[in-house]
Design a protein around this ligand. Structure first.
Ligand SMILES: [Zn+2]
Length: 424
């Protein structure tokens, strides 16, 4: 989650992936954040429609205010989160019962029932068949909107830039928190574990609002930040977790803390310094024996010969014969830090994090792994899922099962931090 250091790229992007178990049950496993740069069918429990009273007030950042317990002014709690939905597009399809649009001054500029296609013409937006409106526009519908058939959101800001459109969902903070928690953790998790995650998600969002990715949005809807899929199918357990911790964030030294999290540590969390090269005193390794029940406590992956060659080539290795792939060095918690690839008599060391990214986060689930030759390919066996830094979500759930509170969970995985913004 380091918005300020994002230029270093998304190599260590967070990952949140669907795993399918026993046919029917869907388990969501999340992890969010890296300092360099994370379902259940039920009716949407959050009212999706937030029709502006008369004219939609244009989105405006309010002056910062001091959260209780925070020395550094934080973004206003009334300020919504701006989430980029997808990337630049030529056209965007908006669907809703009664779609209405306002310009930046709050003047109604267009309306449509059912569906409208927007397209970019230079720096302007074409509404439907021909009407041209100035960018940006705020769009809403009483029962919510769908953008390109996907997330259900109450309000979207669409901007045109150089012939391309950007759709940014404008989401009230607490609704965003519930929506993200619903995609980053399974509904079977205990309330205290979900509450701890809600605090981490909220803190991440507020840090992003302090240091937005771009002038048009604070963060993106995908795994590079936190998974946001609109307000569809949000089980009440997630709403309760957000509500129970409303406004609460983690602070360290009076500022928002980088409350990163991952699915399963596999026994020991990782030091931020080892994972990303930057030390945070509250992101140092802690022993965790509470994630034993995680379905990804142990995993293995068979990498075929072809796959191994592809990965090696993607990492810049000239593959002349069957390469040898082995772990060259490890961090103090036992996670691979460098991978050695030998081919044609040439040996090359690459970052283990890059190896994992290229191989696929869902295949090589963590760097706490062993690589062994198996037939033509390799057998990779490992423990845990995710980068391993910060809160272990399955560990948090294990603690909750032992009767620990979300405060105790946060204190364990983010030692030295405090809860701020606590109203009660
Ligand atoms: Zn753990």
């Amino acid at each position: 989650m380091g918005k300020g250091k994002r230029s270093s790229g998304s190599a260590i992007a967070a990952v949140a992936l669907l795993l399918f178990f026993t046919g029917a049950a869907t388990l969501l496993i999340g992890c969010a954040g890296a300092p360099h740069r994370g379902e259940t069918p039920s009716p949407p429990a959050v009212p999706a429609g937030r029709e502006p009273a008369t004219a939609a007030p244009p989105f405006q950042a309010r002056p910062p205010f001091a959260l209780p317990g925070l020395k550094v002014p934080a973004p206003s709690p009334g300020r919504p989160v701006r989430v980029l939905l997808g990337g630049a597009q030529k056209d965007i399809r908006i669907e809703g019962d009664s779609i209405r649009a306002w310009n930046a001054a709050g003047t109604p500029v267009a309306g449509e029932a059912g569906r409208v296609i927007l397209s970019a013409i230079g720096e302007k937006i074409r509404w439907g068949a021909g009407k041209m409106v100035d960018s940006p526009i705020d769009i809403s519908s009483p029962s919510g909107l769908r953008v390109d058939g996907k997330p259900l959101v109450a309000r979207v800001r669409v901007s045109a830039r150089k012939g391309e459109l950007y759709a940014v969902a404008v989401v009230p903070l607490e609704e965003y928190v519930a929506a993200v928690v619903s995609r980053e953790a399974p509904p079977s998790f205990r309330h205290e574990a979900l509450s701890a995650l809600a605090v981490a998600v909220r803190t991440y969002a507020l840090l992003s609002m302090e240091k937005p990715r771009d002038q048009t949005h604070d963060l993106v809807a995908g795994v590079e930040d936190q998974v946001f899929e609109g307000m569809d199918h949000i089980d009440s357990v997630f709403l309760k977790a957000a509500e129970a911790t409303r406004g609460e964030v983690l602070s360290y030294g009076g500022a928002l803390a980088r409350a990163v999290y991952h699915s399963t540590c596999g026994g020991k969390t990782e030091n931020a310094k080892d994972a990303w090269g930057k030390d945070f005193s509250f992101l140092r390794s802690v022993t965790c024996d509470d994630c034993l029940e995680s379905p990804v406590r142990r995993w293995d992956y068979r990498m075929t010969a072809e796959e191994g060659k592809r990965v090696a080539r993607s990492l810049g290795v000239q593959v002349k014969d069957d390469p040898a792939i082995r772990i060259a060095s490890r961090s103090s918690t036992g996670r691979a830090s460098r991978i050695r690839i030998i081919s044609g008599g040439v040996s090359r060391d690459v970052s283990a994090a890059d190896f994992r990214r290229v191989a696929g986060y869902a295949r090589v689930r963590s760097l706490k792994m062993e690589i062994a030759r198996s037939g033509d390919g390799w057998k990779i066996t490992g423990e845990g899922y995710g980068h391993g830094v910060g809160m272990c979500q399955w560990g948090a759930n294990g603690m909750a099962k032992r009767g620990k509170t979300y405060r105790e969970i946060l204190a364990r995985y983010y030692p030295g931090t405090e809860l701020a913004g606590v109203a009660h």
